[in-house]
Design a binder for this molecule. Sequence first.
Ligand SMILES: O=C(O)CCC(=O)C(=O)O
Length: 320
Amino acid sequence: MDLPKTARPARMLEAEELKALEVDGVVCARGLLGLQTIEALRFALEEAIENLPVLGGALNRAHQGFHGDIFVWKLSDAFRDLALFSCLPELAQQVLQTPSVRFFYEQFFVKRAGCPVDTPWHQDIPFWPVSGHQIISFWITLDPVSRASSGLEFVPGSHHWRERFRAVTPGHDPYMMDTDLPIAPNYAALREEYGVVGWDMEPGDVLLFGPVVCHGSDANASNSHDRRALAFRYHGTDVRFAPRHATMPLLWEHGLEPGDSLGGSLFPQVWPEVIPSEVERRMEGPEPPSPLMIKKFLEHLVAEGFGPDGEKKLFSASDE
Ligand SMILES: O=C(O)CCC(=O)C(=O)O
């Protein structure tokens, strides 16, 4: 099988950007992606919202102009190509300094103009069924963004904190929240005390951040501009499968046991190269979630006390 050629970055990260990432847990890298990539993603994102729901029912508040989803790369070729064959894997390796890099997953967060939905302050790692440290997220905006139009904000240095907070999704989806953990304070109301940072960004600028730094974003107060963002996440060799009772569901068969390295066709290697056997099925065409994995997840929801209407909550095309 011939795989597409992996793109080289237009530029590598500068030493001061890597330093900021180390010290603050986040950095805004200007002009990392070209406008052609942004345009392709805009098209693919709107298509995904319309036609390719993975967890469309769960992560949406469509009636309020909020759309979210995960693992769309399994269905959308543009998402797949950015995940596997773009400059992001090489940049992830530059950050993680690990012998190999794998694609973890991607997630989108769309707040249409005037969308009142905020993203509660949280750390990412409690949302995921994994352990480890070598994870980097690339947050890509497809629209100019400021704090007023829901730019993402961070508590610098919070990636060194030992405390873990509940990962609350913008939809407050209860079945993905580890209620054993406390809810994070609203750091936007403690801006001065914690030195909260955020950036006005243009399409092409990218935020890089780790799995523990506290972040959140406000509603989109702009009446005229959507705020469409995607996070593409990569991991290194220290990341392992560590399922807990309320985390992001994995709806493709992965064959992983707790403690296994996070790999295989759901988490394919992307650096130093893509391994053909891991992506063969996906390269043949869209790969919908596994009915067996959906069934297992729905059974898990019932066992966790979320009732038999889990399917409707998770997979209905609309929340209206
Ligand atoms: O875009 C947002 O509002 C949230 C993004 C986020 O929390 C993430 O990518 O981890």
